[in-house]
Design a protein around this ligand. Structure first.
Ligand SMILES: [Zn+2]
Length: 196
């Protein structure tokens, strides 16, 4: 680690781990992992995983497990309590990874009408999950805005919250939506590993 210091505020001890481009000493690596893990598990529990790109969570999990493992194997400098915490972090991160797989995203094009108040437009889903979808819209939308989503093929409508937006071109935005009041809007069996 080239004798660099821990970047946890006010620490300055020798850094031994890297997580999300920041260097940490053992103690603050553990503290940061625990904070981030509980934040992620909260998001999983609240079904808000759409707020974070899946790849970001995966990369974080991989890095967390790898760095915790390296630290755990190190001979000296760690007491038993820190070692147990590292093993707990590895198990939790692996469990978080299982949670990601449990709510799979499926590539599917389903025709929708989407709108709010005065505006409405036709679109197709790009990805769907049990609790939402990724769609493209041309009307401006904002995070936390409420949308009405209609499936003309089934005559069903649902309210959804804008959880995440990414502008891909002028007047073109990828929107992660999260259903508020539908248990199984797509009418798919999500208990199978592949719903189709
Ligand atoms: Zn530190």
């Amino acid at each position: 680690m080239d004798g660099k210091s821990c970047e946890y505020r006010g620490c300055g001890q020798l850094a031994t781990s890297v997580l999300a481009n920041r260097r940490y000493c053992g103690e603050h690596f553990i503290a940061t992992c625990r904070t981030e893990l509980s934040r992620y598990f909260q998001i999983v529990q609240e079904k808000r995983l759409w707020e974070i790109p899946r790849e970001t969570v995966r990369k974080w999990i991989d890095e967390c497990v790898r760095e915790a493992d390296v630290l755990d194997r190190r001979e000296s400098g760690l007491d038993d309590s820190l070692r147990r915490q590292l093993q707990d972090i590895i198990l939790s991160a692996v469990e978080l990874g299982r949670n990601l797989r449990r709510s799979p995203r499926v590539v599917a094009q389903i025709h929708l009408r989407v709108g709010a108040g005065e505006w409405g437009e036709e679109t197709n889903t790009k990805l769907i999950s049990r609790f939402g979808a990724l769609i493209t819209v041309h009307h401006p939308v904002a995070v936390n805005e409420m949308l009405t989503i209609v499936r003309p093929d089934r005559g069903r409508a649902v309210h959804a919250r804008v959880a995440w937006i990414h502008e891909t071109a002028p007047q073109t935005t990828d929107v992660g939506i999260e259903f508020l009041d539908a248990e199984n809007f797509w009418e798919l069996d999500w208990t199978k590993s592949t719903p189709f």
